[in-house]
Design a protein around this ligand. Structure first.
Ligand SMILES: NC(=O)C1=CN([C@@H]2O[C@H](COP(=O)(O)OP(=O)(O)OC[C@H]3O[C@@H](n4cnc5c(N)ncnc54)[C@H](O)[C@@H]3O)[C@@H](O)[C@H]2O)C=CC1
Ligand SMILES: O=C(O)CCC(=O)C(=O)O
Length: 423
């Protein structure tokens, strides 16, 4: 694509496009479809004015980007973070399309965000922000159009406010408008844990391929929010020692192993939910977190954390991408050459959207599954996807990321062709 577009000022969007260009060559993607898939189907940018607790009015900027509606409703999280911009949300929406394709879910990809710092806002301010944003995007969301879920900085309470605001507009309770809701409002048991659980299912498959056991393995995790904390917990339950953890405020390390349950209690008691100051580990500079020697490194925070500047210093056997887009294409090449087993984001963190799909199906059918049913089905779908990607990687001698993207992009492209190219 030669013309400059609205999204290209974002390095994250340029990275998603680079990946698409690379995989387009691998799967011999028709040029017209490739250039369509570089762009989202539609994007909404809105002012979100709210009254702060001080009485002043502040205007935030909100985004909802729908990358593809070809395979069904578009699906993806809503992110509250200071750096959110249109390009970042567009990249995340594109990755959602490939993720849903890899998992064979009947969805296109979408993502939303509001540029704000939820840590500094009161519950009332976040509620007003969420309700006003929902009003602003009403015309482009719906249970068959676009279904939101939690992402960085949002949670089940955020989804409850969206559900309530939407239901008041349409005049009936409509739980299928969002997933990741509180269980008592039609949320799915196991959704909160689903992304981290999915990450650990993938890690265990990779360990077994490398003839390693969880017990003899160690892990380092960047991010201790939804994805990072559940990943730590699940790894620890399987006997893997967590050596170091980092968050937005700092990093900690204990080479004899961190007590994950105690760390979770400590972080939960902190207003910022931070791990900094945890007495069972020592503080380390952030730069040392990712380069701590370990079996498995799990970035579970932000995009573009592993770059050409630090990739060569990583000392892990497996890179399990809990976060979306944590590794740049330049870093990918360095890690591939070093023989690191990469479990790419669009596969590794797909457990979240998979259980979101279970939640949506339950809400539409008005029946509830047990936690055992949810977890068994999640495991079955994650393992099947892992081995589909692995098989293609081996057959075609592709890096895992290219194999995963090939499956995801191909599914969307095929559906476009069957429907008549550009629906
Ligand atoms: N929540 C979900 O179900 C899913 C989330 N993801 C992705 O996983 C990642 C994390 O999301 P959540 O755990 O939901 O978010 P969260 O808001 O629950 O937690 C984010 C964590 O990352 C830390 N963090 C933020 N900026 C950081 C920085 N610059 N350096 C180090 N740590 C930093 C925060 O302090 C916090 O511990 C994001 O990339 C998100 O898109 C992917 C799939 C599903
Ligand atoms: O659960 C969902 O619908 C989306 C989760 C998400 O935002 C993601 O996988 O990045």
């Amino acid at each position: 694509m030669s013309e400059k577009n609205l999204f290209e000022s974002s390095a994250t969007y340029r990275m998603a496009c680079q990946q698409l260009r690379d995989v387009a060559k691998v799967i011999d993607l028709e040029e017209g479809i490739e250039s369509r898939l570089m762009l989202p189907k539609r994007s909404l940018v809105c002012a979100v004015p709210i009254r702060m607790d001080t009485g002043e009015t502040r205007n935030f900027i909100g985004y909802r980007v729908q990358h593809s509606l070809t395979s069904g409703a578009s699906k993806g999280g809503l992110r509250y973070a200071p750096q959110v911009d249109l390009g970042e949300v567009a990249a995340l929406a594109m990755w959602m399309s490939w993720k849903c394709g890899i998992m064979n879910l009947p969805y296109g990809g979408a993502k939303g965000g509001i540029a704000c710092d939820p840590v500094t806002m009161s519950t009332g301010e976040k509620e007003r922000l969420t309700r006003r944003f929902t009003e602003e995007v009403l015309s482009i969301i719906g249970p068959r159009i676009d279904v939101m879920a939690p992402d960085m900085g949002t949670d089940d309470q955020t989804m409850a406010w969206i559900y309530d605001t939407y239901s008041m507009k349409v005049g009936y309770a409509c739980p299928e408008i969002v997933t990741g809701k509180p269980v008592e409002l039609g949320g799915c048991v196991g959704r909160r844990e689903a992304t981290g659980r999915g990450v650990v299912y993938c890690i265990r498959e990779a360990l077994s391929e490398l003839n390693l056991t969880p017990h003899e393995s160690t892990a380092v995790v960047q991010g201790f929010g939804n994805v990072g904390s559940v990943t730590c917990d699940e790894l620890a339950k399987h006997g893997t020692k967590i050596l170091a953890v980092g968050d937005r405020y700092g990093s900690i390390r204990n080479m004899t192993g961190i007590d994950v349950a105690a760390l979770a209690r400590y972080a939960n008691a902190d207003p910022k939910k931070s791990i900094v100051g945890f007495p069972g580990a020592e503080a380390i500079p952030d730069a040392e977190l990712l380069t701590t020697p370990c079996t498995v490194l799990v970035p579970a925070a932000m995009e573009r954390q592993i770059t050409k500047d630090n990739a060569a210093n990583l000392k892990c056997r497996i890179l399990a991408e809990g976060a979306n887009g944590p590794t740049t294409p330049e870093a990918d090449a360095i890690l591939e050459a070093a023989g690191v087993f990469i479990i790419p984001d669009v596969l590794c963190n797909a457990g979240g959207v998979t259980v979101s799909y279970f939640e949506w199906v339950q809400d539409i059918q008005q029946l509830m599954w047990s936690e055992r049913q949810v977890n068994e089905k999640l495991r079955e779908l994650m393992l099947a996807a892992f081995h589909r990607v692995r098989k293609l990687a081996k057959e075609r001698n592709l890096p895992m990321r290219m194999a995963a993207l090939a499956l995801g992009v191909n599914k969307v492209a095929l559906e476009k062709q069957r429907r008549g190219l550009f629906p």
